[in-house]
Ligand binder design. Structure first.
Ligand code: DAH
Length: 337
């Protein structure tokens, strides 16, 4: 075999040895085998005498090139190994992982979501209004006469320029009826404010969901059916609903709605104060005076409205006995939901 061919063979042999992805210690062995004092390259060098004199330079050049190439390849591989080792050693796999805390949905938010979902299926869209309202939207347009004691029903936070922190979500009805033509079918969730003494059952702010349906021929029967459907969806099939005659300036006739106590099933217990019933809100047929203030013809259109307190309902559902817990945002409380 020609010695020139031997150089080519050694190169292939080396490349094959590298192709098997040798470990660091194996690389050292390969280097010894090829480049060591007693390695194959040196052996070949010694045979340079056997080459015709005029080709010895060429032969020597080839071997030197092979030596350099092998050296470079091996160095490159060693560096790769060292890089991997370094990357591995910078991760301490024995350290405990970082605990990712998951939040929970606040009971008020989850109650609101349930409401929206159920009313969405009943064909109601969602509307919102400002928390700082004009007295006109909050009272006058809703048929509260200027000096009428009805205004005292709600303890109001009065602001500058004839504004108030809205005391209920009913003013959103007014905004909606001014913006849209009937048919209107919406619920209006939001925060409301009352200047009240704070205790386990009262807070200076809370949430309501208002409902409004205005069209031709809307009846009180539909109001009752809709609220009954809602209550059965929300509280369960066995819940009963009771309407008690009441008074609100913006509805005529008006009533208050009670549901049978979810805790005792109507037998009477601590939560329902032995009555078997829990009040969840007010409702009624939109008063013609309200239609007048938003320029809707009450000879053509009728409508029903309702308003429910979210905190009361959430407290019933989750068995929360102090409304203040819902606003303190103590994670020990919130984590339970
Ligand atoms: N706005 C009333 C309140 O805050 C609740 C209410 C009662 C809303 C009757 C209505 C309704 O839409 O028809 O106490």
């Amino acid at each position: 075999m020609s010695l020139f061919k031997k150089v080519d063979d050694l190169r292939s042999e080396f490349m094959q040895a590298l192709a098997s992805n040798p470990a660091l210690s194996d690389l050292e062995q390969i280097r010894q085998n090829f480049l060591g004092r007693k390695g194959v390259i040196n052996d070949l060098f010694k045979k340079i005498q056997e080459i015709e004199a005029d080709r010895r330079g060429e032969f020597g050049g080839l071997i030197n090139q092979l030596k350099l190439d092998i050296h470079d390849h091996i160095e490159a591989r060693i560096n790769e190994h060292r890089g991997e080792e370094k990357a591995l050693s910078s991760v301490d796999v024995t350290l405990p992982g970082i605990q990712v805390e998951r939040g929970t949905i606040h009971p008020i938010e989850s109650t609101l979501r349930d409401f929206k979902q159920i009313f969405h299926r009943l064909g109601f869209s969602v509307a919102e209004g400002p928390e700082i309202e004009t007295q006109w939207h909050n009272f006058d347009a809703l048929n509260f006469p200027p000096e009428h004691p009805a205004r005292d029903m709600q303890d109001t936070f009065f602001l500058k320029n004839d504004s108030v922190l809205r005391t209920h979500t009913s003013p959103v009805q007014i905004r909606l009826m001014l913006e849209e033509k009937p048919p209107i079918r919406s619920i209006m969730p939001g925060r409301v404010y009352r200047n009240e003494a704070i205790d386990a059952g009262h807070y200076c702010l809370f949430h309501q969901v208002e409902g409004l349906y205005v069209d031709e021929h809307v009846t009180m029967g539909e109001l009752k059916a809709t609220l009954e459907l809602f209550c059965r969806e929300y509280f369960g099939e066995s819940v009963k609903l009771r309407f008690r005659p009441s008074f609100f300036p913006f509805t005529e006739p008006s009533s208050e709605m009670d549901v049978s106590c979810f805790l005792c099933g109507g037998q009477g217990c601590r939560v329902c104060k032995q009555t078997g019933w829990l009040e969840i809100g007010g409702c009624g047929m939109v008063d013609p005076n309200v239609f007048k203030s938003v320029n809707i013809d009450s000879e053509i259109y009728t409508g029903y409205a309702f308003g429910m307190g979210i905190e009361r309902i959430a407290m019933m559902k989750y068995g929360i006995t102090d409304i203040r817990l819902l606003f303190e945002n103590d994670v020990r409380f919130l984590k339970q939901f």
